[in-house]
Design a protein around this ligand. Structure first.
Ligand SMILES: [Zn+2]
Length: 230
């Protein structure tokens, strides 16, 4: 009986150790190896993280998290890449086709983000309005959210939006109306095109869009390099 009690204590301690895994301190169901990721894709091909540059040739990528020019002050990604789950990327490709007819295109600012990035963001800026709660994970960790703006295809110049990316201010909200008419129109244009193709807004950030059924895609902590090499 006493031995059984010891066994329970040891099992409890081991479970406790598992919960404090620094890469997954909230013990979320995260695919954190390429093998787990590949098994998920084999089971459901829609969960494949695809390279946006392959799905939308010529797509404009401007990824602040691959540079030190972001709110953390250090590069979070080792390469300026954008991955999204396949149906999300395909919806964005159809939206871009439609935009091109009026001489516009997307500029992608961020897409899939490994969970390690979400953990680090919260450490730097522990405010869950603008940074995802690491206890839940971000829709970006699921490859089902995208941060983006619009550019003119002839000049490559971005359309004027209410704020810079990641401004973390009230002005970034869709509810903020005290802006020049042109800026309101640009924000509405982006919203309209995204909603038409299955995305929905995140009210506090004009640049962030979630794809439909976003939480049905799994949380991942697989690096861009691992994705590129497999
Ligand atoms: Zn976002």
């Amino acid at each position: 009986m006493k031995r059984l009690l010891y066994l329970f204590i040891i099992a409890g301690l081991l479970a406790g150790c598992h919960r404090t895994d620094p890469r997954n301190p909230y013990n979320l169901p995260i695919a954190n190896t390429i093998e787990i990721y590949q098994a998920q894709v084999a089971e459901n091909p829609d969960t494949e993280l695809v390279d946006l540059q392959e799905i939308i040739p010529g797509i404009d990528l401007f990824i602040p998290y691959a540079t030190s020019q972001n709110f953390t002050g250090v590069p979070i990604y080792t390469s300026a890449k954008a991955f999204l789950c396949k149906p999300v990327a395909e919806a964005l490709a159809t939206a871009q086709d439609s935009l091109m007819k009026i001489g516009l295109g997307f500029r992608i600012l961020d897409a899939y983000r490994p969970y390690a990035g979400t953990l680090y963001f919260y450490k730097v800026y522990p405010d869950t309005t603008f940074v995802a709660n690491p206890a839940k994970g971000s829709i970006h960790n699921r490859g089902a959210a995208v941060d983006l703006t619009l550019i003119r295809l002839d000049t490559g110049e971005p359309l004027t939006m209410p704020t810079a990316f990641d401004s973390f201010s009230d002005t970034a909200s869709h509810l903020f109306m005290d802006l020049p008419p042109e800026v309101l129109e640009n924000r509405a244009l982006l919203r309209n095109i995204m909603e038409t193709y299955g995305f929905s807004i995140y009210e506090p950030e004009w640049w962030h869009y979630n794809f439909r059924n976003a939480r049905s895609y799994p949380l991942r902590d697989v690096s861009f390099e691992e994705l590129m090499n497999h």
